[in-house]
Design a protein around this ligand. Structure first.
Ligand code: GLN
Length: 370
């Protein structure tokens, strides 16, 4: 693997062969490598995992967050061993190879993570050649040629091509939350790169979900006569995605519909309300991020995956900052003062991750109840 600063890391290649370029980010989650690799928000990124035992539970068809891996590649501490899990149907290595994703093992991923924290997320070229023929100068040039995520709209690459209905529920819903309920609220979900488990959580909270492509206009959304509109997670720079999504969100706001956004959806809502987003140094990618609910004082441990953030200094009047990160104080949630319109930066669907924030799905369902 070559970094744009000229440093070279050697390891053991697995998965597909070839070269891929991307931004390198780290993820500190101890579980859920398959969900992470198939999260569409990781388009344009290679993930380095700080947890050392990656691949040990193999891969299975149920845990995909979308049809195929979307992250451009993976970097791990060990060469993955044989899977040991009753749900595994394939090894991580074969799964990656069949789906054209390159991986490298044998790197000190915690050292790499410290470097990313200090220098920011680097641009890299990841190469796998079983014969070991690497032109390292050329790889460094390829890493330098990667344009970076700033200004990139990647939602168009991962959104659905046409609308569809979603009725599958979560197979496990934690105690203290409603059991799966019959659909009561008609929801249009805008797919900027939606994770399946978010759609399952909406269905489990009683939403009858119709998913529309990222480019849907306000008129197309409102034609479904929804009780509420959901804005999904997704990859890339929110400011670049805003060209078509912001006018749609403004139109839906004018119609007075309840709205809920997660991650990219949160950033898009903030942009539509007049705030700005910024690129973070190394972002937040993990499953143990403490977030404070400013209104109740309660702390939630959350799952996160974002490299951009809403600049809370730019929130207009009438928009309240509801959640903040206890790691760095960055914005993690907003709501409109006078309407059931709210969004969060973290991932309440917890796939993977802790389930503290599930209440947000219920809050959305409750906002449509009246
Ligand atoms: N998970 C997401 O939706 C990520 C949002 C956005 N692409 C970011 O990196 O901040």
């Amino acid at each position: 693997m070559a970094l744009a600063d000229g440093s070279i890391f050697y390891g053991y290649g697995f998965g597909a062969t070839g070269v891929t370029t991307a931004e390198l980010c780290f993820n500190t989650a101890m579980t859920g490598y398959q969900e992470i690799m198939t999260d569409p928000s990781y388009a344009g990124q290679i993930v380095t995992f700080t947890f050392p035992h990656i691949g040990n539970t193999g891969v299975n068809p149920e845990d995909d967050e979308t049809a195929d891996p979307v992250a451009a590649g993976m970097v791990v501490k060990w060469d993955p061993t044989q899977p040991s899990n009753w749900r595994a149907t394939e090894t991580l290595s074969d799964w990656l190879a069949k789906r054209g994703r390159i991986a490298i093992g044998g790197l000190d991923t915690r050292r790499l993570t410290r470097a990313i924290r200090q220098q920011g997320a680097p641009h890299v070229a990841l190469a796998h050649d079983p014969d070991g023929n690497f032109d390292t100068d050329a790889l460094v040039e390829q890493a330098r040629a990667f344009p970076g995520l700033e200004g990139l709209d990647l939602a168009l690459d991962v959104t659905c091509s046409q609308s569809y209905r979603w009725d599958e529920m979560r197979w496990a819903w934690p105690d203290g939350y409603p059991r799966q309920t019959a659909p009561k609220h008609k929801v249009v979900a805008i797919d900027f790169g939606a994770k399946r488990n978010i759609l399952r959580c909406l269905a489990s909270a009683g939403c009858d979900v119709t998913v529309l492509p990222a480019t849907a206009t306000a008129a197309e959304v409102l034609a479904h006569e929804p009780d509420g509109v959901f804005l999904s997670n997704g990859p890339g720079d929110p400011a670049a995605t805003g060209a078509y999504a912001v006018p749609m969100i403004k139109g839906v706001l004018e119609a007075g519909k309840p709205m809920f956004g997660i991650c990219l959806g949160h950033q898009m809502l903030a942009l539509a309300l007049g705030a700005k987003t910024i690129k973070m140094n190394h972002g937040h990618h993990g499953a143990n991020h403490p977030v404070k609910d400013n209104e109740t004082g309660k702390v939630e441990i959350t799952s996160m995956n974002h490299g951009f953030a809403v600049d809370s200094q730019t929130l207009p009047k009438g928009v309240i900052e509801t959640h903040i990160s206890l790691f760095d104080g960055s914005n993690c949630g907003i709501r409109m003062e006078d309407r059931p319109v709210f969004s969060v930066q973290h991932h309440p669907e917890a796939s993977p991750g802790p389930q503290d924030s599930f209440y947000l799905f219920e809050r959305f369902a409750a906002s449509m109840a009246g």
